[in-house]
Design a protein around this ligand. Structure first.
Ligand SMILES: NC(=O)c1ccc[n+]([C@@H]2O[C@H](COP(=O)([O-])OP(=O)(O)OC[C@H]3O[C@@H](n4cnc5c(N)ncnc54)[C@H](O)[C@@H]3O)[C@@H](O)[C@H]2O)c1
Ligand SMILES: [Zn+2]
Length: 366
């Protein structure tokens, strides 16, 4: 049942995000409603395919869709040009023309990769995002950023390409390992800090409900976060302005991920630590007082993050920060909180403060 609908407003590229539970039986009818071509490539990974592919295929076929499943192993390393190429080959061999569509069924890896394939296959075919992780439901499936990684950097090859709709069924979350719920919480807490003090206090009160996937809490948080992201994307599709605030926690977060060669930390985990580090920087620069800092850090500390960050060296993290595609002319640009629910873009010169923030997160005892 669809219980919430959030609109991304981008003129003729506008689209809805449907949020609800047990939604599979109305999927094909929604595809019809959005005029999706009847030939679809369902791109997914082997974990998700075992759980959710069959019911979706059955529903689509029942409504006259011809489906072709393209399944490969899970993992960030799949987000590559060579994997995109094997998907192109499979689609070409089966004769999918411009009147076909791509359905991305899975987490952010699938969404980014299948989205990139849809953006470029025969110069672009319609895309539907069916996110199945908490992180992809609240964040990566919304906003049209698609990409694959390059050996020289993450998300280096890609396109802005909006889906026809996003289909976020919270039922899928029940099979997620706790670690993936934790990752989703990274982005969820971020939304509270960057733009919604009410969401932040809701999380303070209901963190356990979300960790235990209580449907009401999850639906509330999903809809709230989707609306925040949809609002930012609607104002600034290509991240030349306000959308940049979504990068709170990500300047340090991306560098932490890279310093661990993407093996130590998952994206959402790195964002949790990145938000702690960047809040520390904001405190040191007197942008927030100690109470606000303590509120942020206390909430993040309640998330059951089980990672070994002591292996990461501040020097390596700083090097990675310098390579980030978002660093401007060598200066380190951060999105930093000024209070709960508000952030500001700041260029930080003080290396000692940055280093201090990295030492703080990498030496942290849990
Ligand atoms: N495009 C964007 O705006 C954007 C934003 C944030 C993150 N990202 C990207 O998203 C990726 C991370 O996404 P993610 O955290 O969803 O990871 P993921 O796609 O790797 O999924 C995590 C794991 O969960 C499994 N899984 C997925 N759904 C499941 C389910 N319902 N039940 C059981 N297991 C399930 C997957 O097989 C995988 O092993 C990164 O590549 C990141 O760069 C993109
Ligand atoms: Zn992120």
């Amino acid at each position: 049942m669809i219980s919430r609908q959030v609109e991304v407003s981008l003129g003729e590229r506008s689209y809805p995000i449907y949020v609800g539970s047990d939604m599979v039986s109305s999927f094909a009818a929604t595809c019809d409603h959005h005029g999706l071509p009847k030939h679809v490539a369902l791109v997914t990974d082997s974990t998700v395919s075992k759980l959710y592919l069959k019911p979706l295929e059955k529903n689509l076929r029942h409504f006259g869709y011809q489906t072709m499943a393209i399944v490969f192993p899970p993992g960030e390393q799949q987000k590559s040009l060579s994997r995109a190429n094997t998907i192109f080959s499979a689609m070409l061999k089966s004769g999918l023309g411009r009147k076909s569509a791509v359905i991305a069924l899975g987490g952010g890896v699938i969404g980014d990769l299948a989205g990139f394939v849809a953006a470029t296959y025969k110069r672009g075919v319609p895309l539907v995002q069916v996110p199945t992780t908490l992180l992809s439901q609240v964040d990566s499936s919304i906003g049209g950023k698609t990409a694959v990684n390059h050996p020289l950097g993450k998300n280096m090859i890609g396109a802005f390409y909006q889906p026809k709709f996003v289909w976020a069924d919270i039922e899928c979350l029940k099979t997620l390992p706790l670690r993936e719920i934790v990752c989703g919480l990274g982005e969820i807490i971020k939304y509270g800090i960057i733009s919604d003090a009410e969401l932040f206090s809701y999380l303070e009160k209901n963190l356990d409900q979300i960790l235990n996937l209580k449907p009401e809490s999850v639906l509330h948080v999903q809809a709230t976060c989707s609306a925040i992201k949809a609002g930012l994307v609607s104002q600034d599709e290509r991240e030349s302005g306000v959308r940049v605030i979504l990068n709170f926690g990500h300047t340090v977060g991306h560098a932490l991920e890279a310093a661990g060669k993407y093996k130590v930390l998952k994206h959402g985990e790195a964002v949790l630590l990145g938000m702690m580090a960047e809040s520390y920087i904001a405190r040191e620069l007197a942008m927030i007082d100690r109470d606000v800092y303590a509120k942020i850090v206390n909430l993040i500390r309640r998330v059951p993050l089980k990672v070994h960050v002591k292996v990461l060296r501040s020097k390596k993290i700083l090097e990675a920060m310098g390579r980030d595609k978002k660093s401007v002319g060598g200066k380190r640009r951060f999105v930093l909180p000024t209070r709960i629910g508000h952030v500001k873009v700041v260029e930080v010169q003080d290396q000692q403060v940055i280093r201090g923030s990295l030492d703080m997160v990498t030496n942290r005892e849990r």
